[in-house]
Design a protein around this ligand. Sequence first.
Ligand code: MLT
Length: 407
Amino acid sequence: MIRINENFTKLKASYLFADIAKRVNAYVAAHPDQPVIRLGIGDVTEPLPPVCIAALHAATEEMANRATFKGYGPEQGYAFLREAVAQHDFKAHGAHVEPDEVFISDGSKCDVANIQEIFAADTQLAIPDPVYPVYVDTNVMAGRTGANNDGRYEGITYLDSTAANGYVPAPPAVATDLIYLCFPNNPTGAVATRAQLTAWVAYAKLHKAVILFDAAYESYIRTPGIPRSIYEIEGARDVAIEFRSFSKLAGFTGLRCAYTVVPKTLKARDAAGHEHAIHALWNRRHTTKFNGVSYPVQKAAAAVYTAEGQAQTRALTDFYLGNAKLIRAAVHQLGLSCIGGDDAPYIWVNTGRDSWEFFDLLLNKAQVVCTPGAGFGKCGEGHVRISAFNSRENVITALARIAAALK
Ligand code: MLT
């Protein structure tokens, strides 16, 4: 008789954002005359930059023509995009990344979910709390944790991110092998300084650990001096993998394009102590399980690196940061404290009450969707995340409704 992977039974019944969507859909079905404004899941609302649209059209024309038609591309991505990434996202910022260390993919969610496959089953995990749930859930599926007791899985070293540490956890006192970091942070919007990242790189070196650095929100950094990449930190090439995405940078959530950087100098050991290049393992995995991102989408992504593309994506992220500023001001006016929103599209609000209760209150009284902090982990209790991804008009309306609901 076929049996299931019982690790799946340790998971919460549904994925956080699926759970929220179910509640919101039920509300909408019961109140069709009350339009809901979604500031929950971080999904972009503004159209693609014109330079990306032009590249998509041009590439589609190439696909329509026998002489320029393309079938399968390289699984790792076309050289034109890998080279542009290495040059503009790293070399231009003083970080060393080679084009063949860049693996183009269809999303950072899949990449951060899949990467754990190449590490041993008994890998010791260090995962922040609150956290993007994908990091935890994929390790639960892989059997690296025990049961969930009181909101936490056995076998994970949780890195509490709270007001006490400015929402940036320091390395733990115990040794771990695989560390998940995300800056600018989802869900808190906090950013890590050079000194804080330097401490993490030193910790990883000491314990021969690997840092998985999720930089999906890098394009929102505005504070001078905040590192945009872990590779700006000396020695990081020997201990870190970085994930980046075109989703929040250029509105690609529906188009799908991202990349993962695996430096060739990054090594890990087998049980006998022999070193292996992670790059070779990831390349093996990627070429076996993935057939590349479509050519038109990679052309659209490459257009981001033109002068026009840089100006247009900057305008897009500036626009969402403008929403974030309005949200922060409105939250303060309500007498609540919050962080985030300066270098990230998320505002982390300390509601002082049960986070699902606050979610329900905003949905029922203001018809506004936020994300309950408890969905991101135990330390998220008492908080909600408000996303800045929406039109200006909707953000202004949502804030007015929230103010009226909480009066
Ligand atoms: C979020 O809301 O946390 C994001 O949409 C997650 C993601 O990009 O998958």
